[in-house]
Design a protein around this ligand. Structure first.
Ligand code: FAD
Length: 492
C-alpha cells in the first residue's frame, strides 16, 4: 500500500538534525515530498502577517536575501523531491496534499506570532479534512523541556539565563541525516529556482561570498573551525574580511545548519585543537541566539510592540527624512553610513556595525525602533525573527537589558574598530581620499567639497535629548549629575 507524507519546510532547509524529517520517516512512507511555500510567512506579506507600519514600500525580501534562500532551496531540490507552491500556506498546502494523496504533514515548530498563526491555520484546515500537521522542536540548542525553568519564568537578563543553562542543561547530539530517502530530485522545481536566480542582479563584488545550502554551510564551517575560530574572541568586533567572525548566521537563519550540529562541531574542534576563550565565546554567542528564541516564546507579541516587553511609552519619532538618510547611508556619520551602505548592497554587516547603526537610529535619530527592525528584516540574509527583534528591543532599551540605555559614540567606535578607516573608505566613496583620523568625522567645510552629507543631527545634543527623554519616561526626571554619568557610560 502506498503511504505518501510531506515535510513543510520553513527555516529548516537541511537533512541533518531534522526532528520532523526523522518523525516522518518513522511511519515508513513509500514517498516523502518536501514542500516550500513561496509566500508568507517568509517571502511575502500575507493574510496573517504584521506588515510594518512605515512610510516605505519595500519588498519583504531584498535581492541578497532572496538569492541565499533560492540557492539553499536549489541545493535541496537536487537531493529530494521539493515542491514549490505559491500563495497562502493554508490555501495551497491542503489542496495540494489532497491532489497528491498525501496523508500527513510534518514540520518544525515555530514560535514567532506570524509563523504560529500560519502553522495553526494549516493545521485547522487539515483537521477539517481528517489529516494532521505534526510539529517537532528543532532549530535551537535546547528543547523546551530541557530548560531548567518554565518558559514563563525565563530569566529577565541574559547572564542569568546563560548561567542556568550552562549549569543544568546539555545540548543533545544532533540527529544524523537519513542514509536514504523515499524521495528523488525534482527537475521542475530546479528549473523554477534557477530561473528566479538568473533574474536577480549579481552579488556585490565586495560581499562575503555567502552561498545558500547545507553543503556550502558545512564546508564554510570546516574552514572557519580549522583555524580562525581559535582567535574569534580577539577578532569578533571587526568590520572587514571573511574570518573576523564565523559568518555562520545566514546558514543558521534559514536552517541549512542546525545549531546543535554547529555545537557538536565546536566541541570536536576543541577536542582536536584544545578549548580556549575564543571557542567558549562562540558558544556564548550561540547562547544569545538561544536566549532570544525563548524570549519570544515568553513574550510573543510584546517583542514587536513600540514599548517592548518593558512597556515604556517612549515618544519615538516618525520622521521619514531621517529614516531615509539612515537607510541610504547619508547621515553624515561615516561609520554609520559605511555600515548602512554595506547592508543595503550585500544584505549583511557585522555585529559591531549593527550595534552602532541601531544605537544611532534609537539614540540619535530617536526613530521608532521598529522601523529599524523592519528594515533589517527586509535586508538581512541572516534575518531571523527571534535574533533580529530581540537585538533591536535590546538596543532600543525596551527589552531585557539590565542597563536599559545603551549607546555608542560613532566616532570613537570608528577609531577603535576601523583605526585606519579602511571600512569607511570601502563603502563611502566620497571619503576615499581621506585618511584617518579625519575620515572618522570630516570637518563641515571639508566635507562639502567632497560631496559628503552634513550630519543629519548633532550627535551630542541628540544623545542628550534621548537620554533625558528615556529617563523621564522610565524613572522620572534626571537628578543631579545622572545625565553626566550616563555620558561616560558608552559601550566599548
Ligand atoms: C540590531 C541587530 C539585529 C540583528 N539581527 C540579526 C538577525 O536577524 N539574525 C541573526 O542571526 N543575528 C542578528 N543579529 C546578531 C548578530 O549581529 C549576528 O548574529 C552576527 O553578526 C552574525 O555574524 P556571525 O555569524 O559572523 O556571528 P558570530 O559572531 O560568529 O557568532 C556566531 C553565531 O552566534 C549567533 N549570534 C552572535 N551574536 C548574536 C546576537 N547578538 N544575537 C543573537 N545571536 C547571535 C549567530 O547565530 C552567529 O552566527 C543582530 C544584531 C543586532 C545588533
Amino acid at each position: 500500500m502506498t503511504k505518501k507524507v510531506a515535510l513543510w519546510l520553513l527555516n529548516d532547509l537541511r537533512l541533518h538534525d531534522h526532528p520532523a524529517l526523522h518523525a516522518a520517516l518513522q511511519v515508513r512512507p513509500t514517498e516523502l515530498l518536501f514542500v516550500y511555500v513561496w509566500g508568507p510567512p517568509s517571502v511575502r506579506w500575507g493574510k496573517y502577517s504584521f506588515p510594518p507600519e512605515w512610510p516605505l514600500s519595500l519588498s519583504r525580501l531584498s535581492s541578497p536575501r532572496q538569492r541565499f534562500l533560492l540557492q539553499a532551496l536549489l541545493e535541496l531540490s537536487q537531493r529530494v523531491h521539493l515542491v514549490l507552491l505559491e500563495g497562502e500556506p493554508q490555501e495551497v498546502i491542503p489542496p495540494w496534499m489532497a491532489q497528491e494523496g498525501i496523508s500527513a504533514l510534518y514540520a518544525i515548530r515555530e514560535w514567532a506570532p506570524e509563523e504560529v498563526r500560519y502553522q495553526n491555520a494549516v493545521s485547522q484546515v487539515l483537521q477539517r479534512e481528517g489529516k494532521s500537521l505534526f510539529l517537532y522542536e528543532g532549530n535551537a540548542l535546547y528543547e523546551r523541556e530541557q530548560l531548567p525553568f518554565a518558559v514563563e519564568a525565563l530569566p529577565q537578563v541574559f547572564t542569568r539565563f546563560r548561567q542556568l543553562v550552562e549549569r543544568s542543561s546539555s545540548v543533545k547530539m544532533p540527529l544524523e541525516s537519513p542514509p536514504s530517502l523515499p524521495s528523488f530530485p525534482s527537475e521542475e522545481s530546479q528549473k523554477w529556482l534557477r530561473h528566479r536566480l538568473s533574474d536577480l542582479p549579481p552579488p556585490h563584488a565586495q560581499a562575503f561570498p555567502f552561498e545558500g545550502g547545507e553543503q556550502k554551510g558545512k564546508e564554510w564551517l570546516q574552514r572557519y573551525f580549522a583555524g580562525p575560530l581559535f582567535t574569534y574572541k580577539q577578532t569578533r568586533n571587526g568590520f572587514m574580511g571573511s574570518t573576523f567572525s564565523s559568518h555562520l548566521s545566514p546558514w543558521l537563519a534559514v536552517g541549512c545548519l542546525s545549531p546543535r550540529w554547529v555545537y557538536a562541531q565546536l566541541r570536536a574542534a576543541e577536542r582536536r585543537e584544545g578549548a580556549n576563550d575564543s571557542t567558549y565565546w562562540l558558544f556564548f554567542e550561540l547562547l544569545w541566539r538561544e536566549y532570544f528564541r525563548w524570549l519570544m516564546v515568553r513574550w510573543r507579541g510584546k517583542m514587536f510592540a513600540a514599548g517592548g516587553i518593558r512597556g515604556y511609552q517612549l515618544p519615538w519619532k516618525q520622521e521619514e527624512r531621517l529614516l531615509e538618510a539612515w537607510i541610504e547611508g547619508k547621515t553624515g556619520y561615516p561609520i554609520v553610513d559605511a555600515a548602512m551602505r554595506e547592508l543595503g548592497a550585500t544584505g549583511w554587516t557585522s555585529n559591531r556595525a549593527r550595534q552602532i547603526v541601531a544605537s544611532f537610529l534609537t539614540k540619535n535619530l530617536f526613530l521608532d525602533w521598529r522601523w529599524g527592525a523592519a528594515y533589517f528584516e527586509t535586508q538581512l540574509i541572516d534575518y531571523d525573527v527571534y535574533s533580529n527583534w530581540g537585538n533591536w528591543l535590546y538596543q532600543a532599551g525596551v527589552g531585557t537589558d539590565g542597563r536599559g540605555f545603551r549607546w555608542f559614540d560613532p566616532v570613537r567606535q570608528a577609531k577603535l574598530y576601523d583605526p585606519e578607516g579602511h571600512f569607511i573608505r570601502q563603502w563611502v566613496p566620497e571619503l576615499r581620499g581621506v585618511s584617518a583620523p579625519r575620515v572618522y568625522m570630516p570637518d563641515p567645510g571639508y566635507r562639502e567639497g567632497l560631496g559628503y552629507p552634513t550630519p543629519v543631527v548633532d550627535w551630542r545634543a541628540s544623545l542628550a535629548y534621548a537620554k533625558d527623554t528615556y529617563w523621564r519616561t522610565v524613572q522620572g526626571a534626571p537628578k543631579g549629575n545622572q545625565l553626566l554619568r550616563l555620558f561616560q557610560d558608552e559601550e566599548t
